[in-house]
Design a protein around this ligand. Structure first.
Ligand code: UDP
Length: 323
């Protein structure tokens, strides 16, 4: 039986990956410091013999006894609100955390896949973004803590591959949505659906002409799984090329939820990328992967999920991030 360590296991992507690797018959070791993750996302796995959980911060030395085949490093704050609130932790988990996990992979002769992001392209001057584009990132802007940590993550991962022959994979994840996203993490999908459910106006930042391309969680997990199982070591974009402006997206959510609230406009956050769309030629050619779930279908599912949450969860105040 394959043994797989997943960091950020209690988070949105991490918890869905735990489900997938359990379903594939792996023994899964979840690890999370629970700053932004929530045990609720994985509590359904606790009764399984093939699932273990370590409450641990990967920026501290990581030790996992016994054999290990795969490591998936998904621990990181991943929403602008989170990484603006906890910038140092964000930098540390992408840098020191990655370093620790690369060392662990080396010790165990394990294959490691690290979660990078479309944010490495910054506010892109090339559209759509393919993997050869170097990006347009401000190292000192508010988003720099996330973008540069992820760029460092890619750099050190390639160095371990080239210098130590470590078996590595790098996925560049584009905006992904699905169940278990935190309603209060500020990302646009939970933000708009949460506002609609609470009967609040939808807050579009800027004039809403900035674009994003949204990937449903099941498609994202499939892409990541195929990449891990492939032998390809350079970065691969996993995202849905179906691009929309944020204003059109707000209108789509109003239609979906049937809310009679209106759209209000708020200032555009600094360095908010104006356009984002993945070029997925490489994923198609190398992994035989492309997204299957249309946005209208995926949004219906995620709306059902958010509707099923309790009143308290819907109104829960922003978390206190003191750690
Ligand atoms: N956004 C918005 N209103 C909100 C939250 C986000 O207009 O209440 C915009 C945000 O400015 C960005 C886009 O939606 O242009 C996607 O934001 P998100 O935080 O989900 O992801 P990212 O900016 O990291 O792609």
């Amino acid at each position: 039986m394959k043994k797989t360590l997943i960091t950020g296991a209690a988070g949105f992507l991490g918890s869905h990956l735990c489900d997938r690797f359990i379903a594939e018959g792996h023994h899964v070791i979840g690890m999370d410091n629970l700053i932004t993750g929530d045990l609720k996302n994985i509590e359904h796995l606790f009764h399984l013999e093939r699932f273990e959980f370590f409450h641990h911060d990967v920026t501290k030395f990581v030790h996992v006894p016994g054999r290990m085949d795969h490591i998936l490093h998904f621990a990181s704050p991943a929403s602008p609100i989170d990484y603006l609130k906890i910038p140092i932790e964000t930098l540390k988990v992408g840098s020191l955390g990655t370093l620790n996990l690369l060392g662990l992979a080396r010790d165990h002769k394990a294959r490691i896949l690290v979660a990078s992001t479309s944010e490495v392209y910054g506010d892109p001057l090339v559209h759509p973004q393919n993997e050869d584009y170097y990006g347009n990132v401000s190292p000192i802007g508010p988003r720099g803590v996330y973008d540069e940590a992820k760029r460092f993550m890619e750099s050190i991962t390639m160095a371990y591959h080239r210098h130590h022959g470590l078996d590595t994979r790098i996925v560049r994840i584009f905006n992904t949505y699905g169940s278990r996203m935190r309603l209060n993490d500020g990302r646009v999908v939970p933000a708009f659906i949460g506002q609609a459910l609470r009967g609040e106006d939808l807050t579009v930042f800027g004039d809403g002409s900035q674009t994003r391309s949204f990937t449903y969680i099941d498609d994202q997990v499939e892409g990541i799984y195929r990449l891990l199982m492939s032998d390809y070591v350079e970065p691969i974009n996993i995202g849905n090329p179906d691009e929309t402006t944020i204003l059109e997206f707000a209108e789509e959510i109003i239609k979906l939820t049937g809310t009679n609230q209106k759209i209000i406009f708020k200032p555009l956050p600094k360095d908010d990328p104006l356009q984002r769309q993945p070029d997925i030629t490489r994923a198609k050619e190398i992994l035989g992967w492309e997204p299957k779930v249309h946005r209208s279908e995926g949004l219906k599912k995620v709306y059902e999920y958010f509707k099923s949450l309790s009143h308290d969860e819907l109104y829960q105040a922003h978390r206190d991030f003191q750690s």
